[in-house]
Structure formats: structure tokens, C-alpha cells
Design a protein around this ligand. Structure first.
Ligand code: ARG
Ligand code: ASP
Length: 763
């Protein structure tokens, strides 16, 4: 009773600060921080069922997919579910014009047909431990940031040395709360991960970039992989003899779906958030950084888009690259609008005022934290030209002119020669030539030349980044070039970088000659000149100021936590395992408009544009919909659900994360957020921040009814958590099924259709 009251008081006080739905929580701390609230919101699980070191728990079904997405186990034979856009690189790598898996989808009929993916890995988390004390031993506030880092590095080495690990286990140690706490993650990594299935893009990427980051959404953004293991279920390099992995836990899949207001939790590996930035930093992001990088990508994308629409080959070559560049371009636009619309700056100002008030009421606080806000202001002001230049440099020289990637490899090749002679040259060359095929397979020098012309011009005219723009203008003057088109023509006509065979010819000469030739290449020379200016004048101060800012941010974080002891703080995302929870919930994007949180297949048909590369729909899907032939996957009122919205706080890296219902079953697959709420990385706002999930029933329907890959559904465990008796709701549903098409068949094995209460371990 007393605990209850304390808990209520705790929530009342924390509610003032923490906005509902906000937070990406560490799974091992749920018991202490969140379990009560989660149960109040409807969760029937205990924290122990979500994270346990001693027995199978939900966390054993969740893996970090390739280090950039999340994926989860959905069968006792190592079957993995993730997003189509997470598996995109792999699907594309197996795609040719003849075997066009992007366009037509791919479904392995048996284990033998599953496709291996060199380089792809999935990582399990075995346990998480607080190692703050060991990591911060001997560290104090008088140290410079360098001294501090070197002590921390020493501590980390010592800790890794003395920690006992099981076979195949590795220890990863990460700072949390900007370096105020440290946790270690014991991990196990599997490297044989094969492609099992993917819908055609017209389902898996339906709506493409037009719909990306938007609601209402109708994308079946999923793909299937499988983990293979050695004879004892242990990690093993790819081998024909490997066997499907047997998991400690896998997620049952609910056929009952969700309704508005239902509890959901999303479990995964969110990449990066910056929730505790000072106002000055947010202001710089909104006014300087985002506009610059948006404009650069905007220019590059316009060129690529026009070319992709011209022919299929270019589309295949550039689809993945385009989507990658477009993704954050659009996110930053939404982020900026959202930060302004939710008055993020005003909120930061209020918080800073409150913080200052706290400092003024305590000598000790003031003494330790009083300098921080003014120092932030000073440092961000100093940072401004450097952060702008760095964004220009990275976006233009590092990212959007593709040939620069080869140039930077060539730079490393010449460096290797200069450092280690012929031997260094040959060893790096072996690595380089291996990567070339992949690059040139998808490279179109005509597109790159246009991008080059347009972006070097932007570089040369970069307002507020004088040193780098001067370096570009000087280059033109020094070489007697009148404008950027001429520059592009000259460089592209004469560089070896743009043609694989020319490049190989040079690289295969004896190292001395090769290095000479490379160094006289016009693109190489230009990149060198521009790069040297960046490295000499910008990179150093940029790093130094950022180092100072990181130190301030660490102390600011500590100061906030100390000044507001009632507040529950969650640590910014850092690509480690987190749990976030919320409800199925719509939102009002603008005055007078309310968004429903559920979409259906009828909406796909509404958006259908025959032949369009974003909104085409496969004929078979149209037929299935016309016949309302949804198998056992329809809603109670006979609709085919497609996507739904929730108030779970997610970010990049959460893609592929399972949306889990109150009893531990998979109900959806996270893949996106809504545009109005993309500023959730910086300023979460419960009124408009929503994550977007594919409904699990749509995934099953596509696998089974659309693709005819019912053998995969048979592997899974389908459950009806809402009904008490096995099949009661399902059979009712079947009887009231409206008309048409082939009779709905019961998929999977009937044993698996029973109500399976969550038991904290799938097997
Ligand atoms: N916006 C989602 C996320 O950040 C999906 C991206 C993939 N889709 C796309 N059309 N680019 O990753
Ligand atoms: N689409 C993102 C991802 O790939 C998720 C997000 O940013 O909401 O991880």
C-alpha cells in the first residue's frame, strides 16, 4: 500500500517533467524505473519477462541487425523478421536484371535456396552490467578532457582484461548520460545470416520516398532472414554445413491485432538522440546546419531522380543510394518544421531558466554548474563556421559526389605506399580492388558529373564558410577554369577514377609509377587541394571545440539530474538495446485534421498509380483485395490491416524492431516515424511524435496469400491473445467472412493456433 502511494507520488512528480511516451529505456533498469507505469498502461508482463539474465526473456529474441537496424526471431529455426529497407542492400546485391528480386520479390522455397550475405551479422545481448565505478575510477573534474579520456581508456582496458567471458562472447562498454555512467554489454555475434524472403518493392517499399516519413502509410516494409549456426548452435562463419539457429526465445505472432489505446512496447537498437542539448545548440541546428545540408542533398537528389525516371537500369543502380540520401534529407526538413512548430527553443529557454533558478538557490550547485550555460553559448558561437564547413565538406566531398569515395581509397593507397613501400601498396591494393566491383556496378559517371558540377558550385558559394568556399574559388582561378560546368567537364574527361578499367590499368602498374599517375589525376589533385584546406583549417578547431562541448554536455547532464532529482531521465540513444513503450494512437497534424492510427489495404488501392515507380501495385494484390481474400489475417470486420501508429519513442536504428503487445506477442514491425514528429530526436512531443509499424497480419498475409510461402508461416507460432479459447475469435471471424475467392485456409499447424499465454521463453 505504502509502495503504491509512493509510486503514485513518484509518477505525479515525474509526470511534470517527463512527457508520456518519452524515453528509450535500458532493459535491465525497467524493474526499477518503468515496470509500474508499463503495467498501469496495460502491460501484463513483468520486467523479468522482458529482460532476464537467468532465463529466456524477450531480449533473447531481439538482435542488432548489421549494426544499423533491429531484427527479431519469429521461429524456433532462427527465422528473423526485419524491414525491407534494412535488408535492402542484401536484396539488391542478389538482384540482376534477369533475377530482379527488388522488383519481383524473393522467396526461398527451402533452406537450400536461402541466400548468404557475406559481411552481414546479427548480435545478441547476453547481459548488461553497470560498470560506472570501474570506468570512472581515478577520474576527477580537474582533469583536462584528454587526461580524462586517457584514464577512461586505461580503465576500460583493465576491465576488459579482468572480465571473464564465455566462448564466443565479447564485451562492449559504452558511455551513457554523456559519460556520467557506463554500462557493459556482453554480446554474441552470428555471421551466417541468409536472405529468406522479401516482397516486391511495390509492397515492401510502396510509396517510396513520397510516403517516407508520412502518415497515412501503406508500406509492407518487411523482409525475412535466417541465422545459421555451427553444430552446437554456436556462431560460425558461413558453411554449407551450418544449421538453422535454435533461439532461447522467439516471438509468437498475434492474429488479434491492435486497437486504438492498446499498450505496445518496441524493443530494439535506437541509434542516436540528443534530448539534452542546450537551446543554443538547437538554434544552430535549426538555423544553420539543417538548412545547409538540406540544400545540398536537395540539389543532388533532383539530378538523380530525373535520371532514375529515365531508365530501369539506372533505377536499379541508384534506388538504394537515392533512398539513403533522400531519407535524412526529408527527415531534416520535417525536423526543422517540427522544432519550430513545437516551440522547442521556447521550451529549452524555460528549462534553462528553471535550471538557473535551481543553481541560484544552492551555492554548491552554482559552484559546480554555474559556468555551463554561458560556456555553451560561447562554444557554439565559436563552432558555427566550423560546423557549417564540416557539413559542406562531408556532404559534398564525402558523400554526394560518388567518385570521391574512390578518391579517398586512392589516397589511402598512396599513403600505404609512402609509409610501407611496395608491401604496403600491395596489401592495400588487394582490399581496394575487392571493393571496386561493387562500386562500379552501380556507378553512372554521367549522373556523378552533373552532381559534381552542381555541388562544387555550392561549395564555392558556401555562405558563412569562407575558408572552404575560398579554397574552391582559388582552385578555379589557379587552373584558369571559368565555371563549375567547365570544371566538371575537365575533371570527368580526364580522370581515371570514373572508369574501372582505366583505374585498374593504373593501379596494376608497378607501385612507384602507379602512385605518380594517381597523384597527377585531375580529380585526385582537386580533391587533395580542397581536402588539405579542410584538414588544415577546419578539422582541428572543429574537433577541439566539440571536445569542449562534450565536456560541458556531460556536466550539464549531471547538473540537470542533480538539480531535478524527481525527474526520471532516460539516457540518449547510443545504438544500445532499449525498450520504449506507448499506445496505439493517432494524432492531429494540423488544426482541423485528425489522423486515424490504422490503415488498410483499401488505402493501397486508393494510392495505386499504374506503372509509377513509387505507387504501382502488383496485380495479384489487387485481385486478392477485390476478392477480399485475406485468409485468416483479416480484422474482425473483414478488413486487411496494413500499418498502425503508436506513441512509442523511436529513432533511426529502431527500424525492424518488433512492436510487442501487452502479453509479449509480436503485433507489428516498426519502420518509421511521422514527419511532424521527426524532431523527437531532439525534443520529444507527445502530441505529435508517433512511430509507424507494419501490422503483423499484413506481413503474414503477404507471405502466405500473396507469395504462396505458407511454409514459412508454418514455422511461426500464431496466437490469439484476446480470446480465451483456442480459435474462438478466429472461427467467428471465418464464419462472418464476406464472400468470395478461395476458402480461407487455416495456416500453420493448428496446434499453434491455440491461445499461448506468454511464458517467458518461446520454447
Ligand atoms: N524513414 C525510415 C527510416 O528512417 C525509412 C527509410 C527507408 N525508406 C525510404 N524510402 N528511404 O529509416
Ligand atoms: N526508419 C528509421 C530506421 O531505419 C526509424 C526511424 O527513424 O524512425 O531505423
Amino acid at each position: 500500500m505504502k509502495n503504491r502511494i509512493l509510486l503514485i507520488i513518484f509518477f505525479l512528480s515525474s509526470a511534470i517533467f517527463l512527457r508520456a511516451g518519452e524515453g528509450m529505456w535500458l532493459p535491465q533498469l525497467l524493474k526499477a524505473l518503468n515496470e509500474g507505469e508499463m503495467q498501469t498502461m496495460g502491460m501484463k508482463l513483468t520486467a523479468e519477462q522482458i529482460y532476464s539474465v537467468n532465463q529466456g526473456s524477450l531480449k533473447d529474441a531481439i538482435v542488432h541487425f548489421g549494426g544499423f537496424c533491429t531484427s527479431e526471431l519469429i521461429s524456433d529455426q532462427g527465422l528473423l523478421l526485419t524491414n525491407h529497407h534494412c535488408g535492402y542492400g542484401q536484396i539488391q546485391s542478389h538482384t540482376t536484371l534477369e533475377k530482379n528480386y527488388l522488383k519481383n520479390g524473393f522467396w526461398a522455397k527451402n533452406f537450400q535456396e536461402e541466400l548468404s550475405n557475406p559481411g552481414l551479422f546479427v548480435r545478441f545481448i547476453v547481459r548488461i552490467d553497470d560498470v560506472t565505478e570501474a570506468m570512472l575510477a581515478g577520474v576527477n573534474d580537474q582533469m583536462t578532457s584528454k587526461e580524462r579520456q586517457s584514464q577512461i581508456d586505461k580503465n576500460m582496458a583493465a576491465l576488459k582484461e579482468k572480465t571473464k567471458l564465455g566462448e564466443f562472447e565479447e564485451l562492449m562498454i559504452r558511455p551513457f548520460y554523456h559519460g556520467n555512467q557506463y554500462f557493459s554489454f556482453t554480446t554474441v555475434t552470428y555471421n551466417d545470416v541468409r536472405l529468406v524472403g522479401a516482397p516486391p518493392e511495390s509492397i515492401g517499399k510502396f510509396g517510396a520516398d513520397t510516403d517516407n516519413w508520412e502518415w497515412p502509410r501503406h508500406t509492407g516494409d518487411f523482409s525475412l532472414f535466417r541465422i545459421y549456426a555451427g553444430p552446437n548452435n554456436e556462431p560460425a562463419e558461413y558453411s554449407e554445413n551450418n544449421k538453422p539457429y535454435t533461439p532461447k526465445h522467439f516471438l509468437p505472432i498475434s492474429l488479434d491485432g491492435v486497437e486504438e489505446g492498446d499498450f505496445t512496447l518496441v524493443f530494439g537498437f535506437p541509434g542516436r538522440t540528443n534530448q539534452y542539448l542546450p537551446g543554443v545548440a538547437v538554434e544552430q541546428l535549426v538555423e544553420t546546419v539543417n538548412p545547409a545540408r538540406i540544400a545540398i542533398r536537395d540539389a543532388a537528389l533532383k539530378i538523380i531522380d530525373a535520371e532514375m525516371r529515365k531508365d530501369e537500369q539506372t533505377k536499379i543502380q541508384y534506388a538504394s543510394k537515392f533512398a539513403r540520401v533522400a531519407n535524412y534529407w526529408k527527415k531534416w526538413i520535417g525536423e526543422n518544421q517540427g522544432l519550430i512548430a513545437t516551440n522547442a527553443l521556447g521550451k529549452k529557454a524555460t528549462l534553462e531558466k528553471e535550471f538557473t533558478k535551481k543553481l541560484n538557490s544552492s551555492l554548491s550547485l552554482k559552484d559546480r554548474y554555474g559556468d555551463i550555460l554561458p560556456a555553451f553559448k560561447e562554444q557554439y558561437k565559436l563552432l558555427e563556421p566550423y560546423v557549417l564547413s564540416t557539413n559542406y565538406y562531408n556532404e559534398i566531398m564525402g558523400r554526394n559526389i560518388e567518385a570521391m569515395r574512390i578518391v579517398s581509397s586512392l589516397r589511402r593507397l598512396t599513403n600505404a605506399y609512402e609509409k610501407n613501400g611496395n608491401e604496403g601498396y600491395e596489401s592495400f591494393k588487394a582490399r581496394l580492388t575487392g571493393a571496386l566491383d561493387n562500386f562500379y556496378k552501380n556507378y553512372n559517371p554521367n549522373i556523378d558529373q552533373q552532381v559534381f558540377a552542381r555541388l562544387t558550385e555550392m561549395y564555392g558559394n558556401a555562405d558563412g564558410a569562407k575558408e572552404i568556399s575560398a579554397s574552391m574559388q582559388n582552385y578555379l582561378t589557379a587552373n584558369g577554369i571559368r565555371d563549375y560546368n567547365e570544371l566538371a567537364e575537365k575533371v570527368f574527361a580526364n580522370s581515371i577514377v570514373l572508369d574501372k578499367n582505366k583505374l585498374l590499368q593504373v593501379v596494376n602498374q608497378n607501385p612507384e609509377d602507379a602512385v605518380k599517375k594517381i597523384k597527377s589525376d585531375p580529380l585526385f589533385k582537386m580533391a587533395d587541394k580542397i581536402g588539405t584546406v579542410y584538414r588544415e583549417k577546419i578539422a582541428g578547431p572543429y574537433q577541439e571545440i566539440n571536445g569542449k562541448i562534450a565536456g560541458l554536455q556531460r556536466r550539464y547532464m549531471a547538473g540537470l539530474m542533480e538539480a531535478f532529482p524527481d525527474r526520471r531521465f532516460w539516457p540518449d540513444a547510443n545504438s544500445t538495446m532499449r525498450v520504449t513503450y506507448g499506445k496505439v494512437q493517432g494524432y492531429n497534424p494540423r488544426d482541423g485534421i485528425t489522423y486515424n492510427p490504422l490503415t488498410t489495404l483499401d488505402g493501397v488501392i486508393e494510392k495505386y498509380q499504374p506503372g509509377d515507380y513509387e505507387f504501382d501495385v502488383p496485380g495479384k494484390l489487387i485481385e486478392l483485395n477485390a476478392a477480399r481474400d485475406y485468409g485468416i489475417y483479416a480484422t474482425a470486420d473483414g478488413k486487411m490491416p496494413v500499418c498502425f501508429l503508436g506513441s512509442n519513442h523511436t529513432t533511426g536504428g529502431n527500424s525492424g524492431s518488433p512492436a510487442i503487445d501487452a502479453s509479449g506477442n509480436l503485433v507489428g514491425l516498426n519502420f518509421d516515424r511521422v514527419w511532424e514528429g521527426t524532431m523527437s530526436d531532439i525534443n520529444y512531443d507527445p502530441s505529435i511524435c508517433r512511430n509507424i509499424m507494419v501490422d503483423a497480419r499484413y506481413i503474414l498475409f503477404i507471405i502466405d496469400k500473396y507469395a504462396g510461402a505458407g511454409h514459412l508461416v508454418k514455422e511461426m507460432k500464431l496466437v490469439h491473445p484476446r480470446s480465451n479459447q483456442s480459435g474462438s475469435k478466429a472461427s467467428k471471424k471465418k464464419m462472418t467472412k464476406p464472400l468470395g475467392g478461395p476458402k480461407p485456409q487455416l495456416q500453420g499447424n493448428t496446434k499453434k493456433q491455440k491461445v499461448v499465454p506468454y511464458r517467458g521463453g518461446g520454447r
